[in-house]
Design a protein around this ligand. Structure first.
Ligand code: MN
Length: 197
């Protein structure tokens, strides 16, 4: 079994002007694709070769000898989850269960956005910011480099990639502007709701 690069769930131009087709060309076509290629090379003819991506991640987390496998596997998974976290004409206020739960667990939508933005802005260097469900409560966490909540038994609901390659071509160093666009125009609340059940 080979781990495959999933297609983007929308056209490469579909997120413009907030995320350009040039960014998606590099981010999906080069970065995500390279993680897939590297992972397949690293697991070839090992006991991980026939395992699912999730199992590879769970079996290699905190294993210093297999850090390369973990990093590439987790990055493959994180990117696939990130593409689904956005959609054309997304953003704005949520509806459904997630809207009620955000109000219950963060006080208000504004408080949720401000806490999420703060986590994403203070992730020093490369990493990810996440909304997760822990003990049936919403929480915001950040992870460094390739690390992923699913390696630690935590259920992710949505993520933002804060590696510079995610935003540099469109926003240069202005990570905060990229995050504002994510919440105003891109976040896919249907996907978040679908992860909540
Ligand atoms: Mn990335």
């Amino acid at each position: 079994m080979t781990i495959a690069l999933p297609n983007l769930p929308y056209d490469k131009k579909a997120l413009e002007p907030h995320i350009s087709s040039r960014t998606l060309d590099f981010h999906h076509g080069k970065h995500h694709n390279a993680y897939v290629t590297n992972l397949n090379k690293l697991i070839e003819e090992t006991d991980l070769a026939n395992k699912s991506l999730e199992d590879i991640i769970k079996e290699t987390v905190n294993d210093a000898d297999r850090a390369g496998i973990f990093n590439n596997a987790a990055q493959v998974w994180n990117h696939t989850f990130y593409w689904q976290s956005m959609k054309p004409n997304g953003g704005g206020l949520p509806s459904g269960d997630i809207a009620e739960k955000i109000n219950a667990d963060f006080g208000s939508h504004e408080d949720f956005i401000s806490q999420f933005k703060n986590a994403a802005l203070t992730q020093f260097g490369s990493g990810w910011a996440w909304l997760v469900l822990k003990n049936n409560k919403l929480e915001i966490i950040k992870t460094a480099n390739a690390d992923t909540p699913i390696a630690h038994g935590i259920k992710p609901l949505v993520t933002v990639d804060v590696w510079e390659h995610a935003y540099y071509l469109d926003y240069q160093n202005a990570r905060g502007d990229y995050l504002d666009s994510f919440f105003k125009h891109l976040i896919n609340w249907e996907f978040v709701n679908s992860n909540l059940v």
